[in-house]
Structures are given as structure tokens and as C-alpha cells.
Design a protein around this ligand. Structure first.
Ligand SMILES: [Fe+2]
Length: 214
């Protein structure tokens, strides 16, 4: 049984172990979108929340590209494709102040782990990773939403406010990039014990959401 409690190797941040004050993109407001919009994200976690059912329906309504709908609806698509894209919070002993460690595809729930791969212009391969993560307090009231950007992988771009770390081992590209930890900026109005909403956008497969208590 894999021990899931790993330290991030003394902030083994690939960008040079420095967390700069991020130029965080944030907006403050109500959850947004009209309630009849099939892409709307509930502000507070719905009482009958079903992460697979909600994300499957939303993906097929347009949150995921049409080219991925067949895989989502196919045999085992719930775990191999929907579950694989859902954000979760890995057990990390220490993360930089103001950041949350996020991964995608929780194998403890039987989901496939989401890989990450590098763009390669020579092969006309645009790569595969999450290009943004938004975090917001899970509430129907007004709350700040912070968006962290990741415009390249395996190295973060200077202009981005997200950061990467490695869950297990030292090489972020090992194991098809599945050990990648995304460090996403937390809104200032979020504290321990709060429930948050996290949405992550896979550049190839669309946006996926889940709720967690910190
Ligand atoms: Fe993906």
C-alpha cells in the first residue's frame, strides 16, 4: 500500500524553490451564470452532490470538448475519464503559505490518475496538463475567486502564478507526469475548516469541479 503522506521535498519546486508574490487573477462576486445555464457551478456544495454525475452531465453540456464525449459516455468512462479529471487534495505535510496542493484523479476512489505531458512542436503535440485552477469559498454569498495559471509543463512560465511540485520522487516527468502536484493560490478569505470549490481546466479535456473542506 502506497504511503500517501509525502513531504514535498523541502519545497522541491522546479522553478527554483522561490515562491514569488503571485500576480493573482481574482474576482469577487456571486457564483455566477444564470441558474438555468447547464455550465453553471453551484456556489455552495449541493446537499445531493454526486461528483461523477454532476461532472458527467456538465461535461456533456459543453464543459468538455465534443471530441471527448464518446470516452466519457463509454464503458468505464466514469472512472477512466470523469474521475481521472476530478481535482482532489493529496495528503502533503507542508505546502507553501497561501497555496493549496491539488492533484487530479484520486486513485483511492478507483479513478485513473491524470497524466501530464509536454508540448512538442516538432511532433505537433500541444501537450496535456491543467492550464488553470480556480479556488473559491463554497458559498452562495459573494466570495473571492482566485485563478492560478499554468501555461506550460513541466516548467512553470514566469508569467504564471501557479507552481508545480512533485508528489513522489524528484522527477516531475516520471510516471507519465502523474506525480505532478499543482500548487494553486488560495483566496485570502479562506481559512482552515472552510469548504472550498475547486475547478481545474485540462487543456485537452475541459473543466472539472469538486468541493473540499480544508
Ligand atoms: Fe486531460
Amino acid at each position: 500500500m502506497l504511503d500517501r503522506r509525502h513531504f514535498i521535498k523541502e519545497m522541491a519546486l522546479l522553478s527554483g524553490a522561490i515562491i514569488l508574490v503571485p500576480s493573482i487573477t481574482s474576482c469577487s462576486g456571486k457564483p455566477g451564470r444564470a441558474s438555468n445555464d447547464p455550465l453553471a457551478l453551484p456556489g455552495a456544495k449541493p446537499a445531493d452532490w454526486d461528483e461523477i454525475a454532476f461532472n458527467t452531465k456538465r461535461a456533456l453540456a459543453g464543459a468538455a470538448p465534443k471530441s471527448y464525449h464518446g470516452a466519457i459516455s463509454g464503458a468505464g468512462g466514469d472512472k477512466k475519464h470523469v474521475g481521472k479529471h476530478l481535482p482532489y487534495l493529496p495528503k502533503i505535510e507542508k505546502t507553501p503559505d497561501g497555496y493549496l496542493a491539488v492533484m487530479f484523479g484520486d486513485e483511492s476512489k478507483g479513478y485513473a490518475r491524470h497524466p501530464n505531458s509536454e508540448a512538442n512542436a516538432d511532433l505537433e503535440d500541444t501537450g496535456h496538463w491543467y492550464d488553470y485552477i480556480t479556488i473559491r469559498k463554497a458559498t452562495d454569498d459573494t466570495a473571492e475567486e482566485v485563478k492560478s495559471a499554468y501555461s506550460s509543463w513541466p516548467k512553470i512560465s514566469k508569467a504564471d502564478n501557479g507552481q508545480y511540485a512533485v508528489f513522489s520522487g524528484k522527477d516531475i516527468t516520471a510516471n507519465k507526469g502523474k506525480e505532478t502536484v499543482y500548487l494553486a493560490a488560495l483566496p485570502k478569505d479562506v481559512k482552515k475548516g472552510d469548504m472550498i470549490r475547486i475547478a481545474g481546466h485540462c487543456k485537452n479535456h475541459g473543466e472539472w469541479v469538486n468541493y473540499f473542506t480544508l
